[in-house]
Design a protein around this ligand. Structure first.
Ligand SMILES: [Zn+2]
Length: 247
């Protein structure tokens, strides 16, 4: 059976002499593995569509749950990301996080939209990397079931407390302690808190439409990165590589 779907390449692996196995995130089918035949050959028309982070329409042939791409139509390959090592490294981290969170054969339109919006913000809108990364990480945590409680201190209810508990995903005053509120706490300014509230609740189209001062942006980026990796209980080699570019 043949079917068409839009999808983005999250991972590519060489397979046999001239093929590739692609991990695609599609709107209709969620994450699927697709064999792209002959795509590493010199004359393949699907080369561009079958590279990491390319967004294309794939015509798929499905047999017994296995997919083969028979035709591709490239929609967006984000050329700006491919000519800049920092941007490519950061975008690769976005792809790996998405790959880890997406489930096989489970439609995930929100995930796909977040990844595409993030790549668009980096490549076309030229938004600051630190901000795009933080927004992506925090929103990704929300989508994957770790929506933080940002209403107020979890113990006394104060509206703008000074700590965010990244182990528990809630706010706390510096002086409020309780047994159930153990874990790692990070300082959070009011500006950062407002930004987090916005990121966790805004319409996905407006995700990158806000401004943030330099010090709040730094604080937000530390919180977002720590929170996501703490909740997912893992690190990412693509993130390690991205960070290694700055030291
Ligand atoms: Zn409190």
């Amino acid at each position: 059976m043949y079917e068409k779907t839009l999808g983005i390449v999250l991972r590519e692996t060489d397979y046999k002499e001239k093929d590739k196995l692609l991990t695609l995130l599609t709107a209709e089918y969620g994450k699927i593995t697709v064999r792209a035949r002959g795509v590493r050959g010199a004359h393949s028309k699907s080369k561009a569509a079958c590279q990491l982070l390319a967004y294309s329409e794939f015509t798929l042939f499905e047999q017994q749950g296995r997919y083969t791409a028979t035709e591709t139509l490239t929609k967006e390959i984000f050329p700006e990301l491919r000519s800049d090592i920092e941007l490519l490294a950061l975008a690769s981290y976005f792809a790996q996080v998405t790959d880890v969170i997406a489930q096989e054969n489970d439609p995930a339109p929100e995930l796909l939209s977040l990844l595409l919006n993030g790549l668009y913000a980096l490549s076309k809108l030229k938004k600051p990397q630190m901000l795009v990364k933080a927004v992506f990480e925090l929103r990704m945590a929300c989508i994957s079931g770790f929506l933080p409680d940002l209403r107020g201190c979890a113990i006394c209810g104060k509206l703008a407390p000074e700590r965010f508990n990244i182990s528990q995903g809630f706010l706390q005053c510096a002086s409020c302690n309780a047994e159930e509120a153990s874990g790692i706490r990070m300082p959070i300014s009011f500006g950062t808190l407002q930004a987090m509230r916005y990121i966790c609740s805004c319409d996905s189209k407006k995700l990158f439409s806000f401004q943030l001062g330099e010090s709040s942006a730094v604080e937000l980026s530390q919180i977002a990165e720590s929170y996501l990796s703490m909740r997912l209980e893992r690190g990412f080699y693509t993130l390690d590589f991205y960070k290694s570019l700055f030291y």
